[in-house]
Every structure is written in C-alpha cells, then in structure tokens.
Design a protein around this ligand. Structure first.
Ligand code: GCU
Ligand code: CA
Length: 494
C-alpha cells in the first residue's frame, strides 16, 4: 500500500554558487576540525521526510529521502579556505543493495554515482569519505540518488576545508592513457555527445610549466598560465561535446567523434585528467553566425570560442553558432535551431545573435524570426537573451558607418529592432553592438584592426571576423552584459 509522505521543505539552501576553477593542491596542513551539518535541520533540505525511528543517528533525526532518482538532500556549507576539502557523509542503508548517488558540489558532480553500499540494517550507520573542491565561503553540497531506490538514510555530513595532506590522500592521479605527446599534449576520450565534468591537474611536481587548455574545435577553456615547479593546480570544468564539432552544419570540417582536449602553452604540464558525465549543468546555448561560432580554422575565431574561459565548472557553453546564418536560416536548417531547441532544459540560457547575414531582411521578418526563437526557447523553460551583433570595422572618419552598425540593405536598423523587441517581450538584451562600437571607436581606425583579421599578421584582411584577440575582447563584452543583466549564469563566472 502506498502511503502519502509529505515533502519536507526546510529553509532553502539558496542558489548554487560557482565551482572553484582554480584549486591549489594542498601543500600546507591546517589542524581544522570538520564542521558537522545535520541533514534534518536547516539550512539542509531533504526531498523526503525527516524521521527518527532508526536509532544511532546524531542530532534529532535523519533525512529519509523519497525513493526516486534525484530525491536528494542538499546542504549549505561554509569552507574556511578554497581547495580540497574532506567530506564525510554518515548514512545507513538497510536495503540489500547499494544506493548510488552523485556527490554534487556547487553544481558539478565531483563524484558521480558514488557508492553507498548496504550497511545491513537501518540502525547501522557508517561514514563515506570524499575529497571535494570547495570555494572559500559558501558552497552547496547535494547528494542526488541515481537510481529509483533513492538515497540511503542520511544522518549528516562533515566538511573539513584545508585538511591535513593525510586526510585528503588525493594526489594528482597521473596522466591517463588517452593522452599523447608533450608539447602539445593531446587527449581523446571516446565519449558520446553530451556534457562532461573534466578535472585537469595542471603543473608538475618537479618541473615548471606553462599550460593552456582547449577542447574540441579550438574552444579555449583555460588561457596559458605558468606553474612553478612543485605546484599542481586542479581545475574542474564542464565541457560540451557535439558531433559534428566546430560548426553544426560541418562547414570547415566535422572534427572527430568523442572529446578532444589539447594542452598547449610554452611548456605544457599535465599531472592528471579525468572525464565524467556531468549532471545537469547550467547550459548557455549560443544561437548565432560566424562571429559567434566554433571556427575550425585559425585565424578566424568566434567569440563563443573564448566564452568558456569565463565560466566555471557546473555551467557549460554549447555553441550552435554557424557561418552565414541569418535569423531565418538558423530557424529552418535542421542542424541548427531544430537540433538545439530540444536540448534546452529548464533554466538554461539561450543567447541569440543575428544581423550580419540579415542583409535584406525586413523589420517584420526579423522580429518574427526572433520572436519564434524566443517563444520556443521559453516553451522549453529556457531563458532567451538577445545579443545585438558586434560591429564591422568600417569607418567614416573617426566614426563607424551605418553598415558597420548593422543598418541593413533595406534600411532596417537591426540592433534597434532587437532592443525594441527585447523590451516589448521582456527579453534581456546584451547590447553588443553598442559595446563593440564604443570599443572599436575608442581604439580608432588603426588600432581597432587588431580585433579583426589583418593581412600582415593573419594572411587575410577581414573587417567582420575576429582574430583570437578580438574574439576574446567580444567575449569579455558579452560577460559584462551577463553581469549587467544579472543573468542566472553570473554565479558561474570566473
Ligand atoms: C524503510 C525504512 C526507511 C527507509 C526506507 C527506504 O521504510 O524504515 O528508513 O528510508 O525503507 O527503503 O528508503
Ligand atoms: Ca528512503
């Protein structure tokens, strides 16, 4: 017989905060004791019932989670320092089989489907210990069951930031067999399209290094950074894998299936690398053209290729930008909006930038195409964001021309249409046209050339498409807009 069990709702643990992206492997010991957080009391929340019918628990009871996938218990914890922390979870599992659960720290599954084996009786309590990356200050830790049996009964967790090295016993695991070469180091993991938590230990115990990290089609994850001999920095990141990689229509090459990771820089050093499926990261989808897309071939670079350098683990950029696309073609091409739309989950962001290829689109059509995207993204529970197109480098004296500012061939001021559509449909607008206009005009006709492609440097002159430097500057302007609009991904910005 089924009994109705009221969902216990305690004080909310608050929004997830960013996963620390830079975690120095511990070199110093601190004698901090762990702090205990009971599962039965705020700020913990229990997707189930707080009960006390199986003795041996600490505090006033335990969380008996509902028997369902994802019926978790979430803790709001405070860490005295960033870095690795020792996490102990006390539980009882009187069932005859294990009850695996993801250990999710600040939105990233640091231990996917961790085992919580049977303890033989509901009154037999035991402790499972993990090493997890934490931020200094507030963090959320969630235990989320991966099977329909739900969680074991959870008594409490204890968190000890800055534990002694013997307490973590978590050295860099060493370079995996998937990686070859020394400069660059290239790694290929045979995984299906999807989102992955990638943990990279960058640096070396004995040698200084200088290492950058890119994935898939020239998508930059970490800019080159130096590590002194003896320093290893652990980075936890979330990476989107598409097939084809690069541009969704395969323009310029379809890449190779699986996840490709490249460590370059002047002296790449890698002391460990793991890849695990990511559990529901916050996705930022990009719908746009060649100025946005994952360009397969240098020197062409889309700003979407540099955006991941600003995002921590737990959030992921999925770039569906494609060269030559207009607001109409992006909607109609089956590889583009029709492929992207069903992937959008509740709360995901979709940044929509068109204009460059709407050269003869009427105002009514432009608004109608954008409205279709907005409505369909909202239909998925996603959050559409309009991004006005970055300017072209076309000067008249010290000022950009109307063409540079995307007044199209039939006289439609495309950015102005986006701004007014944004206010009438209550869609946030990142005014990249205005921001890039200010940047390009402040640099002036000569110095602004470095943002675009120059024959002398790049072997081609192009005043629409960006160099890697220019794409990086555009990504910074987009991030500035994300902060100004306080979009949900702000807590995941580095
Ligand atoms: C029993 C037990 C609970 C437990 C549940 C379960 O009902 O009394 O404490 O949570 O089984 O299987 O999840
Ligand atoms: Ca239960």
């Amino acid at each position: 017989m089924l009994t109705f069990r009221q969902r216990v709702s305690l004080v909310s643990a608050g929004a997830a905060v960013a996963v620390t992206s830079l975690i120095a492997v511990m070199t110093t010991a601190a004698a901090a004791a762990g702090t205990r957080y009971e599962a039965e009391s705020a700020p913990a929340t229990c997707a189930g019932a707080v009960e006390s019918n199986h003795p041996g628990y600490s505090g006033s009871g335990f969380c008996n989670g509902d028997n369902a996938v994802g019926a978790g218990v979430q803790f709001a914890v405070t860490a005295a320092a960033s870095g690795q922390a020792r996490l102990a979870v006390r539980y009882a599992n009187g069932a005859t089989t294990g009850r695996p659960a993801d250990v999710i720290v600040n939105g990233a599954a640091t231990q996917p489907a961790a085992a919580f084996g049977t303890t033989g009786a509901w009154t037999t309590w035991t402790t499972a210990t993990f090493t997890v990356p934490v931020n200094s200050g507030s963090n959320t830790i969630r235990l989320s069951p991966t099977t329909a049996a739900g969680l074991p009964n959870i008594d409490y967790l204890e968190l000890e930031a800055n534990p002694s090295p013997s307490a973590t016993a978590s050295p860099a695991p060493g370079r995996p067999a998937e990686c070859t070469g020394t400069s660059p180091i290239t790694c290929r993991f045979a995984v299906a399209p999807g989102n992955y938590t990638v943990t990279a230990w960058i640096g070396d115990n004995t040698t200084a290094g200088n290492t950058s990290m890119s994935v898939e089609s020239r998508r930059r994850i970490l800019p080159a950074a130096s590590t002194p001999a003896g320093t290893i920095i652990r980075h936890v990141l979330t990476v989107n894998v598409r097939q084809p990689e690069g541009q969704p229509t395969g323009q310029g090459g379809t890449g190779t299936p699986g996840l490709d990771i490249t460590f370059a820089g002047s002296a790449p050093k890698l002391s460990g690398l793991t890849v695990q499926p990511a559990t529901s990261p916050l996705a930022v989808y990009l719908a746009g053209d060649s100025t946005v897309c994952d360009q397969p071939t240098a020197p062409y670079t889309g700003w979407g290729q540099l955006l991941p350098t600003h995002v921590t683990g737990g959030a992921v950029v999925a770039n569906y930008g494609d060269s030559g696309e207009s607001s109409a073609s992006f909607l109609s091409n089956s590889a583009l909006f029709p492929t992207m739309r069903p992937l959008v989950q509740s709360g995901d962001l979709v940044l929509i930038q068109f204009g460059h290829n709407d050269k003869s689109t009427s105002a009514a059509s432009f608004r109608s195409n954008l409205t279709t995207m907005i409505t369909q993204v909202r239909g998925r529970g996603g959050i559409p964001v309009l991004v006005t197109p970055p300017v072209r480098r076309l000067f008249d004296g010290s000022q950009l021309t109307a063409t540079a500012l995307h007044v199209n061939g039939v006289g439609v001021n495309l950015p102005a249409e986006m701004r007014s559509l944004g206010s009438s449909l209550n869609v946030p607008v990142i005014d990249l046209t205005a921001k890039s206009e200010a940047l390009v005009e402040s640099l002036g006709p000569a110095d602004s050339a470095q943002l675009f492609l120059r024959d002398a440097v790049d072997g081609v002159t192009d005043n629409t498409h960006f160099s890697e430097y220019g794409a990086g500057r555009m990504a910074e302007l987009v991030v500035q807009g994300i902060r100004e609009r306080n979009l949900p991904v702000v807590t995941y910005l580095r």
